[in-house]
Write a protein that binds this ligand. Structure first.
Ligand SMILES: [Zn+2]
Length: 96
């Protein structure tokens, strides 16, 4: 599986966790009133879920696929925007 494909899978999982966090905060807000604890919980959940994002680095130059210049984007780059390596081709060493 290519780095891009794995990064896309991670992006979808993040979207799911984000939706869940919003739901958690809204539900808590609705039934218990405003709760900063639920908000903090949602943030922590997002941070933990997003930690693997830092592993999606270009195998040639190490540039993270989720960074476009200094900006972090929720969707990965199909090709490295520093060295131009195509991230959508599976690495030859990964014959599984
Ligand atoms: Zn690169």
């Amino acid at each position: 599986m290519s780095l891009y494909a794995r990064a896309v899978r991670h992006a979808w999982r993040m979207a799911g966790v984000l939706a869940l966090s919003v739901l958690l905060v809204l539900t808590t807000d609705r039934f218990y009133g405003h709760s900063s604890l639920a908000f903090a919980g949602a943030i922590i959940m997002l941070l933990i879920a997003n930690a693997p994002m830092l592993r999606f680095n270009c195998p040639r130059c190490g540039k993270n696929a989720f960074f476009r210049g200094p900006f972090v984007v929720p969707w990965p780059n199909r090709s490295c925007n520093r060295c131009g390596l195509d991230l959508d081709t599976p690495p030859p060493s990964q014959n599984r």
